[in-house]
Design a protein around this ligand. Structure first.
Ligand code: NI
Length: 204
């Protein structure tokens, strides 16, 4: 019997043992899966202080939201489809929540403050649930808000001096202390979204 043949079986056993050990080490080192709907505080936290202006011209900051859970999403009134759909969607969910929906706030933050004046936002909101508040501000104020929520938006010229704005469509659900709880995904079905909103309101 050659050296190789004599030692092949123990060598294979040793190699497999090492693999198992390596896998075990990886499993131990990996962070445990997070509980859904819970996010720990830290640098990656979503939300935070902001200063904007509502459709009535009133200043709104995070302090005005304390004590009630809220939903936040970004968009603009000239948006052809995503924003109106999102607003109709949330209006319909609020209707299904009924009076429980009064225990939360819904914020639609304009990513197009140059065109979205409080007056325009007020007119625009007439098509949707009256519990929705629209917010606008200076470019800097809107940028700060988007940054706090890790939301992206970008002006895209469409010719003739016109432009559209690409933006994050996520609906962030925040707890009564302003902490991120979960998000509504556009691809979720209606029941899943409603269940999330019910849980958000019930937990507050
Ligand atoms: Ni939009």
């Amino acid at each position: 019997m050659s050296f190789l043949k004599r030692n092949l079986v123990p060598l294979i056993a040793l190699a497999m043992g090492s693999l198992v050990l390596a896998a075990a080490v990886v499993l131990v080192l990996l962070p445990p899966p997070g509980r859904p709907g819970v996010i720990t505080s830290g640098v990656a936290a979503i939300g935070g202080p902001f200063r904007l202006t509502s459709q009535t011209g009133a200043p709104v900051t995070e302090a005005d939201l304390k004590g009630k859970p809220f939903a936040v999403f970004f968009g603009f009134t000239h948006c052809p489809d995503v924003c109106p759909t999102a607003l109709f969607d949330i209006s319909s969910l609020l209707k299904d929540l009924g009076p429980a929906g009064d225990r939360m706030q819904v914020l639609f933050v304009s990513v197009d403050p140059a065109r979205d004046t409080p007056e325009l936002l007020r007119t625009y909101l007439e098509s949707f649930d009256p519990r929705i508040t629209a917010l606008t501000g200076t470019e800097e104020e809107v940028q700060a808000m988007a940054k706090a929520y890790r939301a992206f938006y970008r002006k895209v010229p469409t010719g003739g001096g016109n432009y559209t704005v690409e933006h994050t469509a996520t609906v962030y659900l925040m707890g009564r202390s302003g902490e991120f709880v979960t998000a509504l995904d556009a691809h979720e079905n209606r029941e899943a979204k409603l269940a999330k909103l019910k849980r958000l309101v019930a937990a507050s």
